[in-house]
Design a protein around this ligand. Structure first.
Ligand SMILES: NC(=O)c1ccc[n+]([C@@H]2O[C@H](COP(=O)([O-])OP(=O)(O)OC[C@H]3O[C@@H](n4cnc5c(N)ncnc54)[C@H](OP(=O)(O)O)[C@@H]3O)[C@@H](O)[C@H]2O)c1
Length: 330
């Protein structure tokens, strides 16, 4: 099969399209013929081996070189074969999954408890837009912000991959959403269900937004103390992303928010996207919301498999509106 191999950390050119043996599913695993994948900031962090702190954390990228030569964490495809003991899936099933690595390949072996049935009304490319971004958005809106009907939610980074899902999920939960995004994406974010939009390029939202029940900080742009002022005294500050950096960023933003969160009445929660049986359950919930028409993916660009390094470069620049997907096999 063809797969992108990452032998050394670095720029997108280090991803080399190569011929490698097709893997054989072990007990409890399913061989998926990958039809589409997508690009997340996590993937280019993995490609660069940055922040360097992520190489040294348990389960991290690998100290000197990538532990996993095939990166990529979103996939949508068709079950090609099953390993011993697999009971939930059979060849021909259309599936999607959030995995730790291995998606930038024509085939991937995936534990069956990570797989969910693909939303029926979506193409493989549209389904591949979901795993990391939509699961993170669902965890943040449902579990971390604990949003219910009538609550007021502020989403900083509403035009991002995660933000475009979060705005829709919050609206589906009955919340009133204000989105912070660049002016060029204002119509997009309104169309997803935001009642109000603040243009981050012309206005500092921490100076004008007040009395929110929760803030989803996806862009990670404000100072923690300023961000908390947008909340009611019992409000929740959900930290999802932060500015990227070589050494520690964005971890410093999360550590700072956790420490400051110990003081005052406003809750601070760091969203930590789980990859496991719970992500498969979340993908099943998202498939239901998608097939009922409450959530729909926003695709900024679609690339061919041969162009995956260019897709990586585009996402790394930080200005995708929604998701960037890659067709692996038409
Ligand atoms: N906590 C977790 O478990 C977890 C899981 C997944 C991802 N993350 C993190 O979450 C962050 C977002 O991921 P993503 O996939 O949604 O990113 P993304 O799609 O690559 O984000 C790009 C978008 O962010 C917008 N943006 C950039 N700066 C902004 C600012 N200051 N204010 C408002 N919007 C701004 C851009 O709009 P313009 O073009 O207008 O600038 C663009 O639409 C990343 O830092 C990622 O590492 C965390």
């Amino acid at each position: 099969m063809k797969a992108y191999l990452l032998r050394t950390y670095g720029p997108p050119e280090n991803l080399l399209l190569s011929d490698v043996p097709t893997p054989t599913p072990a007990a409890g695993e399913v061989l998926v013929r990958v039809r589409a994948t997508s690009i997340n900031p996590y993937d280019w962090h993995h490609m660069r081996g940055e922040p360097l702190a992520a190489r040294f954390t348990p389960g991290g990228f690998g100290k000197r070189r990538p532990l996993q030569p095939i990166i990529g964490c979103d996939l949508a495809g068709v079950v090609a074969a099953t390993g011993p003991g697999v009971t939930l899936f059979q060849p021909g099933d259309e599936v999607y999954a959030l995995v730790k690595h291995g998606a930038y390949a024509e085939f991937a072996c995936v534990r069956e408890d990570l797989l969910a049935a693909k939303p029926r009304r979506l193409s493989f490319e549209e389904a591949a837009a979901y795993p990391m971004a939509a699961v993170t958005a669902l965890q943040a809106v449902r579990d971390d912000a604990r949003l219910t009907g009538g609550r007021r939610l502020l989403v900083n980074g509403a035009s991002s991959g995660i933000g475009t899902f979060a705005v829709q999920l919050a609206r589906a939960a009955g919340a009133e959403v204000t989105g912070v995004c660049g002016g060029r994406n204002a119509d997009l974010v309104r169309g997803l269900g935001a009642a109000t939009v603040i243009d981050y390029r012309t206005e500092d939202f921490t100076k004008v937004a007040r009395d929110f029940d929760a803030l989803l900080d996806i862009a990670g742009s404000p100072r923690v103390t300023a961000a908390r002022r947008t909340l009611r005294p019992q409000g929740t500050y959900v930290v999802i992303g932060g500015k990227a950096g070589r050494w520690v960023r964005p971890m410093d933003h999360m550590i700072g928010a956790t420490l400051i969160g110990r003081f005052g009445t406003r809750r601070v929660v760091i969203t930590d996207t789980h990859i496991g049986p719970s992500s498969a359950r979340n993908l099943t919930e998202l498939a239901g919301l998608t097939d009922s028409g409450e959530v729909t993916p926003v695709i900024d660009r679609a690339y061919a498999f041969a162009e995956l390094p260019a897709a990586m470069r585009y996402v790394e620049a930080g200005h995708a509106s929604g998701k960037v997907v890659v067709t692996v096999a038409a």
